[in-house]
Design a protein around this ligand. Structure first.
Ligand code: ADP
Ligand code: 3PG
Ligand code: MG
Length: 393
């Protein structure tokens, strides 16, 4: 895809620069930042603006407060982390587009930062309300888009502001587009997609778009259940999303016609009430009286073999309930195997990135996207509204 007009082309010295970032980061139960990958990845853009003498005003959402103020979703812990990463205090404008925010923005000196409170506290954000977008735009003179993870949302702070101010792409957006484009535009073959996770209905369109583009699709996690069920497998007490039968059948037919190999688990690990350890069962034999939680060791080997001669790999979705040590081996072992293979390997997905990090297997990847839904849509070839409004270079 064509490169977007870069922040390096913007004249920013002494000007108020609005920057949309995606600081929608996981928080600990006590409300601290649990993983700062998304914050760290915006530092190149923020440091560039600082060095160039911009007066930077940051916009982000956190969680889904649905247009009302929720103290648990305040960006305060996030600005705290950001301040220590930048090595300078970043004040938080509590009223977003109110008088205080306007005054704080007007007082900024060259190289200083201000962050607005969670933009989704305002109903106009997700509605892309024109008057709210205009209020946001009034805070700045230039707009820099660096919130890759939010580009699939047509909101006031992603699309509305971009239509009202001269708009540029930040370094993170530029890098995400460059890296993920390698999966969309002529990926080096064999291209293998390794998919899992829990949001089955959400992921079926991804599968369908990969049929014909990937050489093989390996399916684990809860995503495999409707496929296994369609094949008549006994899954014990595992709950399987219903109503997906037609889509599953359509995908399998499309993959077959396109020559894309589909690899499903041949064994599973079950969680059985009263049993401390995971219970193993082959597909084709009767299932234990419990729920399937991970792929089994035979499947791990099959997945590794299918990855072994790949040149390009896209991974999204844990292959089991990887947060539980008893059911993390599938994901851990397959990704540890991937780490020993050469090729271009990309990971995407909010939970996937966190789990790869927790399992110590991020070294399997040349690139870990900061995007969840945005990365998945990009990889499907869907046009992201927040990207479409940035002028080309
Ligand atoms: P991502 O956010 O990376 O796109 P998803 O949200 O689709 O991924 O899925 C992540 C979740 O799926 C993880 O919390 C993981 O524990 C869960 N999961 C995957 N397989 C299973 C399974 N067999 N049983 C229960 N949970 C599973
Ligand atoms: C994400 O975490 O995927 C982005 O921040 C977008 O969040 P959303 O799904 O609540 O729009
Ligand atoms: Mg998720």
């Amino acid at each position: 895809m064509a490169a977007k007009r870069s922040v390096t082309a913007a004249s920013v010295r002494g000007r108020r620069v609005l920057v949309r970032v995606d600081f929608n980061v996981p928080l600990t139960p006590t409300g601290a930042v649990a993983d700062d990958h998304r914050i760290v990845e915006t530092l190149p853009t923020l440091k560039h603006l600082e060095a160039a003498g911009a007066r930077t005003i940051l916009i982000s959402h956190l969680g889904r407060p649905d247009g009302t103020r929720d103290p648990k979703l305040s960006l305060r812990p996030v600005v705290h982390r950001l301040s220590s990463l930048l090595g300078r205090p970043v004040p938080l404008a509590d009223d977003i587009v109110g008088v205080h925010a306007l005054e704080a923005a007007a007082r900024l000196q060259n190289g200083e930062f201000l962050m607005l409170e969670n933009v989704r506290f305002r109903p106009g954000e997700e509605a892309n309300d024109p008057s709210f977008a205009a209020e946001l735009a009034r805070l700045g003179e230039v707009f820099v888009q660096d919130a890759f993870g939010t580009l699939h949302r047509a909101h006031a702070s992603t699309v509305g502001v971009a239509k009202r101010l001269p708009t540029y792409a930040g370094f993170l957006v530029d890098r995400e587009v460059r890296e993920l484009s390698r999966l969309v535009e002529a990926p080096e073959s064999p291209y293998v997609a390794l998919l899992g996770g829990a949001k089955v209905a959400d992921k079926l369109p991804l599968l369908t778009s990969l049929a014909g583009r990937a050489d093989a699709i390996l399916i684990g996690g809860a995503l495999a259940f409707p496929f296994l069920k369609a094949n008549g497998a006994d899954l014990g007490a595992t709950s399987v999303e219903s109503g997906l039968e037609d889509e599953v059948a359509r995908f399998l037919a499309a993959a077959q016609q396109a020559g894309t190999k589909v690899v499903l688990p041949t064994d599973l690990l079950f969680e059985v009430p009263g049993e401390r350890d995971a219970q193993h069962a082959d597909i084709g034999s009767p299932a234990p009286k419990g729920v399937a939680r991970d792929i089994g060791p035979r499947t791990r080997d099959q997945f590794y073999l299918a990855l072994a001669d790949s040149k390009t790999v896209f991974w999204n979705g844990p292959l089991g309930l990887a947060e539980d040590l008893r059911f993390s081996a599938g994901t851990r072992e397959v990704l540890a195997g991937l780490a020993t293979l050469s090729g271009y390997h990309v990971a995407a997905g909010g939970d996937s990135a966190r789990i790869a990090n927790d399992l110590g297997v991020t070294n399997a990847f040349q690139y870990v996207s900061t995007g969840g839904g945005a990365a998945l849509e990009f990889v499907q070839g869907v046009e992201l509204p927040g990207l479409a409004v940035i002028p080309d270079a």
